[in-house]
Design a protein around this ligand. Structure first.
Ligand code: NAP
Ligand code: 3JM
Length: 348
């Protein structure tokens, strides 16, 4: 069996830390494993499979001899270093939004469109966390009944914004409990590191994820709209999104409204979800069973419940979709892409 030499770029981050844990239990036959981050972290040590490993500073030559590079250190780092990794013979699975809409880059959720991996030219993009879990829930419905429209509102966890954002929420929560006035809480990152104003997230809900873009939508909302059409290979599906950050540590929740092409019953959708790869049905109102963010943490599945018909729209269905944003939304989907490629014999 061919050994895989793997580099994790952004190894100290919220996503990178989960990637390391998953790689310890991966089915990939591992050769060398390298952990890369910025100069700030170079020299720090961590444990991998019982051995002590040292974080190295990311430089172009980091990729010499590497055949798989998993990137999650921001779009700018991917723009600069992913081509360097490919030049040196690595396959890159990129977690940032930088390459996602590039027509030469497959955008993959393995349960949905693994076949697209065959067309890769060195870089494969991992979709946005909120898109991924929605695709796992909707693809089986689209395949069986057709999909004409999606309207989604998200309730996104703070871990999706990185380690510093999690720390900021924890401190604001401590400040609230210490009865410190809200105007004295520190808010330097959320809703979005790249924007001018910052607001507290503790005991709040912020309808802004990423910066604002065209037509009053944020970039996060455009990611959900555009990525859905690319993954489902259908530009005619009407998609709209409202993305909201809430004070949950991990686990994104989504209220998803869809319209199907053919009429469908709730029981038919429940049966499809129960059978769908990567999806877990949790839907029994009589027993108060429905997906919850807290219960999703540490799990690889996408949990689906609250499935019900729209009272006024014959082909309208509502669903509640929950998944661990750092796992299926990021680290697990990336590693699953790599494992799937290995099984498909796509590493040279
Ligand atoms: P994070 O907790 O802030 O971690 C950022 C990571 O990037 C750290 O390892 C950091 O290393 C590294 N880094 C920053 N600047 C660097 C540089 N100049 N050179 C090398 N490494 C550098 O962020 P995160 O939540 O893990 O997210 C990281 C990225 O993954 C995001 O920016 C985003 O593009 C992507 N992401 C994708 C999804 C998704 O939906 N698929 C979800 C979350 C994040 P140091 O510790 O040395 O600073
Ligand atoms: C999730 O600094 C950056 O470029 C990263 C911003 C970011 C992204 C992104 O756009 O790549 C933070 C958190 C994502 C994402 O998955 O789209």
């Amino acid at each position: 069996m061919r050994k895989m030499n793997v580099a994790i770029v952004g190894a100290t981050g919220a996503v990178g830390t989960q990637m390391i844990k998953l790689l310890e239990n991966s089915s990939l036959p591992l050769g060398t494993v390298k952990f890369l981050a910025s100069k700030r972290s170079a020299g720090k040590q961590l444990s991998f499979k019982g051995e002590t490993k040292t974080i190295e500073e990311l430089v172009p030559d980091s990729f010499d001899g590497i055949n798989l590079a998993l990137f999650s250190a921001g779009g700018g780092i991917s723009a600069k270093f992913a081509p360097e990794a490919v030049k040196r013979g690595a396959v890159v699975v990129d977690n940032t939004s930088h390459f996602r809409m590039d027509p030469d880059v497959p955008l993959v959720v393995p349960e949905v469109n693994a076949a697209a991996l065959r067309n890769h030219q060195g870089i494969i993009a991992n979709p946005n966390c909120s898109t991924i879990q929605m695709m796992v829930a909707l693809e089986p419905i689209r395949k069986a009944y057709g999909l004409t429209r999606v309207i989604v509102s998200t309730y996104q966890a703070v871990s999706g914004a990185g380690n510093q954002a999690m720390e900021e929420l924890k401190q604001q929560t401590r400040d609230f409990l210490a009865e410190k006035p809200v105007n004295e809480w520190k808010a330097d990152i959320l809703p979005c590191g790249g924007d001018e104003k910052h607001y507290p997230l503790a005991f709040n809900a912020l309808p802004q994820i990423d910066v604002f873009s065209d037509e009053g939508y944020t970039n996060e909302e455009w990611k959900m709209i555009n990525e859905t059409k690319k993954i489902m290979e259908d530009d005619t599906i009407k998609v709209s999104a409202t993305c909201v950050r809430i004070p949950v540590m991990s686990g994104h929740s989504e209220s998803v409204y869809i319209e199907t092409e053919k009429a469908v019953t709730v029981a038919e959708i429940q049966a499809l979800i129960a059978d769908a790869p990567g999806a877990v049905l949790e839907d029994d109102p009589s027993q108060q069973i429905y997906p919850q963010a807290l219960n999703s943490v540490g799990k690889k599945g996408t949990f689906v419940g609250r499935i019900r018909k729209d009272p006024d729209e014959e082909k309208g269905i509502h669903l509640w979709v929950v998944s661990d944003n750092l796992l299926k939304g990021a680290a697990w989907n990336s590693l699953q892409i790599a494992e799937t490629m290995y099984e498909m014999n796509l590493f040279e």
